[in-house]
Design a protein around this ligand. Sequence first.
Ligand code: V4E
Length: 231
Amino acid sequence: MNVEVERKFVCDAEIMGKLQDIGARRIGLVQFGDQYFDSPDLLLTLQDFWLRRREGLWELKCPTVSVSPAGNAAQNLCSRYREINSLPMIQSEVRRVLSQCSAEGSRSHSSPMKQTENKITGMSLEDAEWLNEFGLTCFAEFRTERCSYLLEKEDGPVRVDLDQADFGYCVGEMEILVPEGGDVNAALQRITSTAEQLGLSSEERVKGKMDVYLERFHPEHYIKLLHAHVL
Ligand code: V4E
């Protein structure tokens, strides 16, 4: 399992030139479709768990508990999520999160509502079945065109993705995958120094694709996440 350390930034017209100037190498251009899933009462996302199916592959991003004191303002612009890619482990973690909530009396997981049934289109029968069993449905679906760069620094590589979502939003992100037990603080520092190299001075948090998607298409969900301090 990896911890993904990431910082988003505004993707302006000069960014490709700046990436070349600092020696980043363009490593690919890909397109992919994402579907995100949650229960009708939003039990996953309200606790900052993000269940995603990307081109048929499942991934669960889970919040991490910070083991170090809060960093400086620049480092606090970075997010840290534990990533799970194995479907059985994802199902086990989702079951744990949902049942924890029902144990707290906030829902009855044993009787998913009729309207949460997933359509089979574009999904295997097995996937539709486990989603229906857990009462999970798709709340966000969009495609992204991603142009990726790799910057080899003295202390290790940093990946930079420039994303263009099909609903008309562009965002850049710098990312380092830290193997479990690895040095997350060193990754935070490497991302911060890359941001300085690129001249990204803003101390403001930049919205991700999901922030903008929900704000635009599911404002009630978006407001609930803001109130829960997830976004
Ligand atoms: C919304 C969200 C998550 C889902 C994935 O979001 P993101 O990393 O923006 O997507 P993408 O396509 O770049 O995924 P990748 O290819 O890197 O795996 S995971 C966490 N969140 C919440 C969140 C947050 N709290 N803060 C920020 C700046 N972004 C997202």
